[in-house]
Every structure is written in C-alpha cells, then in structure tokens.
Design a protein around this ligand. Structure first.
Ligand code: 3PG
Length: 392
C-alpha cells in the first residue's frame, strides 16, 4: 500500500479516516491513547502542506443523530492530544461549503460519520458524496478496518488512497508478530469464553510454537480433558471444540500450555478467601479465578525461551484482586524481556490493554495495538476490508 510519502499532499484536502472512538465519562475522555496515536499522521499531512479533514465514528448510533454520540464532545481532548486547532463541522453541507473560519483552521473534524445510514451500509452514493469533500484519502483507522463501511472501505476506490502512520505501524507490528516472526513464537490467549475466540485459537495453533490458554477459557479446556472444574465459568458445550483445537495443535506441532495449578475461591469477589490447588483437584463447590504459581512459573519460562510473543486476554479474573496475580506476573515478565531487547511483544484486543496497563507492563511491550475487534480478526487470519481496499 501507499504511504503518506507516496502521495502529493500540497494544497490538498486529505480525507483522513481516524478512530477516535474513545471512552468518555461525565464529558471527559478517560483514555486518550487513540487520540495521541493519530498525531504523527496529522503532523505529516500538515508538514506536507495538506489539510486534514478527519472522518470518524463514535459509538454505534445506527444511522441516527444521537447527541451523546456527537464527536463534538471529543474536540477539546483531540485538539490537545494532537496539538492543533480543530474546527468541528456538523453537517455534510457544512463540509461542502466551508466557512472562512473552517478554511483557516488547521484540522477539520466531521460529525460522527455513523449518523448517516450510508456509512455502515457502505452505500456507493454516500461514498461518492464523501469523496467530493477531498482530494486524497488516507486511512489511519486500523482499529476500524474490520468494518467495510463507506469511510473505511469504499472511499479508497474513489480517491488516491494511502495508509496513515498509525495504520502502517499497526500492520508492521502485526506482521512482525505473526506474518514473518522470529521463532519461537508464543501466544498467550486468555479471557472468559472459548466461543468468542474459536477462530483465533484455530489460526494461532497453526502459526505459533506454543500457546498459553488462560482465563475462563482455560476451564473449558480443563473440563474437556475430563477434569472437574467445580462452579467455574466453563462452556461445557464447547468441550468437543476444545478437543478439536487440541488435536489441531498436536498435528501442527504447537504445544498448548494449560494451568497445572489454579487459584480457587467460593465467591466471585475481590479478596474472597482462596487457595491454590492442582488443576485436577478443584473442589466441587469452588471456582477457578486465576492460574496458580506453578502455572505462572511455566509461562514465565516459556516467555524467556521465546523470541516473539502475541498477547490477547487476561489469564485470570484480573479485575478482582488478588486474582490478577497471574496476569500481572506474566505481563511483567514479558515487559522485562521486551525491555532487555530479547523479545518482540505485541498485544491488543478488548480488555488486554487495560490488563497490561494495570500490571504496569504496557509501556515496555514492543507494540500495543489500539485495536480491539480488528486486532482479533487480523490474528484470526481474516482479510480486513479497510486494509484490503488500500491494496495491502
Ligand atoms: C473499536 O472501538 O474497536 C472500533 O472503534 C470499532 O468500533 P465498532 O465495533 O463499533 O465498529
């Protein structure tokens, strides 16, 4: 795909698809990561003499105008994060007939693109109208690239198109983790449910050398091996699927690491009375809430022996102390190896970044993706429409 360096931007309006779908509480953006990470793209466009007109979604308004999903709420935090003035434009008509004030602004931001039904429908007419707003299309929204929408997909076919800096960084980090990684490759996959990560596990066992399965989904695998998991979160109806994944892993030469010992409690709450037991000895009336110390030691050894690590999902009930211990210890181990330069570590998806932040490990990871669903789909081996449209 083309980068911003391959397209002439001087004097051009650059329709720049960004993902500024950030968490907001009481009118305040609580995590500015996605805003901070688009700064290099905006700086590059401005430096090349272009004018960024940002297109973005916010929440899921389903083609209707919903005030709390207005991007107006994000403008102050965005402007601060990127260090440029931002002129908010409420309507497409406003974008088609820019005021003198808008013409003078450094960066333009259009209202939530999902207020228009044509966006998610990937409607050609809507895409044509959007294309009329600019001269060049830049997609910097890797985290929305799993959506085939007008601003993430169709626009690339209407205008000279290129990938933004964040899009490029995301793709090269993922490529280094799973495309052409340094071996051995270790994947750590945790989280509550096997059913939401079937495709991920299925793809990873064919690509990585070792796979740690943790969190609630490990219980399903333990149960599939005939172990009693007491009152643990467990998808008993996924036992056959879990066995299939284990079979596939065996055939592909991927070693699956399940916890040999576990931390159990009778209640799902912080500081609940707990004990460490072997994985085959979970009491009937107890639930597994974390991996045990032996399991963590084994994961740490596996991290030390690896050159590349892919991490998605926590290893235990990390939102409840002290059941965050396995996640924290393993994450810190990975952070140490990354800092020492012996490990390329890439993490992303849903709760993962929150868990790594909580462990104080995120900073030292080689790369933390801004993507949730898109990270998973890429790791599942799927083609992302937004990336494919750029010709990559
Ligand atoms: C995300 O937050 O993962 C992206 O912005 C995509 O949002 P969506 O799941 O509503 O398409």
């Amino acid at each position: 795909w083309k980068s911003l360096d391959d397209v002439n931007l001087a004097g051009k309006t650059v329709l720049t698809r960004v993902d500024i779908n950030v968490p907001i509480e009481n009118g305040q953006v609580t995590d500015t990561t996605r805003l901070d990470r688009i700064k290099p793209t905006i700086d590059s466009i401005l430096a090349a003499g272009g004018k960024p007109m940002l297109l973005a979604h916010f929440g899921r308004p389903k083609g209707k105008v919903v005030d709390e999903m207005s991007l107006r709420h994000v403008v102050p935090a965005l402007s601060e994060a990127i260090g440029h003035s931002v002129q908010f434009i409420e309507t497409l008509e406003g974008a088609e007939n820019l005021t003198a004030e808008a013409k003078a602004a450094e960066v333009l931001l259009l209202e939530n693109i999902r207020f228009h039904p044509g966006e998610e429908a990937n409607d050609p007419e809507f895409a044509t109208r959007l294309a009329g707003l600019g001269d060049v299309y830049c997609n910097d929204a890797f985290s929305a690239a799993h959506r085939a929408h007008a601003s993430t997909e169709a626009l690339a076919r209407h205008l000279p198109a290129c990938a933004g800096r964040l899009m490029q960084a995301e793709l090269s980090a993922l490529e280094a983790a799973l495309g052409a990684p340094e071996r051995p490759v270790l994947a750590v996959v945790g989280g509550a449910k096997v059913s939401t990560k079937l495709d991920l596990l299925g793809n990873l066992v064919e690509k990585v050398d070792k796979l740690v399965i943790g969190g609630g989904m490990a219980n399903t695998f333990l149960a599939a091996q005939g172990l009693n998991v007491g009152t643990s979160l467990c998808e008993h109806d996924m036992a056959d699927t879990a066995r299939e994944i284990m079979g596939k892993a065996g055939a592909a030469g991927c070693e699956i690491l399940l916890p040999a010992d576990v931390v159990v409690a009778r209640e799902f709450k912080a500081h609940a009375t707990h004990e460490v037991v072997p994985a085959h000895a979970c009491p009937e009336d107890a639930m597994i809430l974390d991996a045990g110390p032996q399991a963590v030691a084994r994961i740490s050894t596996a991290i030390e022996a690896s050159k590349t690590l892919i991490w998605n999902g926590p290893l235990g009930a990390f939102e409840l102390e002290p059941f965050d211990a396995a996640t924290n210890t393993a994450a810190r181990h990975a952070a140490e190896a990354s800092r020492a330069g012996t490990l390329v570590s890439v993490a992303g998806g849903g709760d993962t970044v929150a868990a790594l932040n909580q462990a104080g490990a995120a900073e030292d990871f080689t790369y933390i993706s801004t993507a949730g669903g898109a990270f998973l789909e890429w790791m599942e081996g799927k083609t992302l429409p937004g990336v494919a449209a750029l010709g990559g």
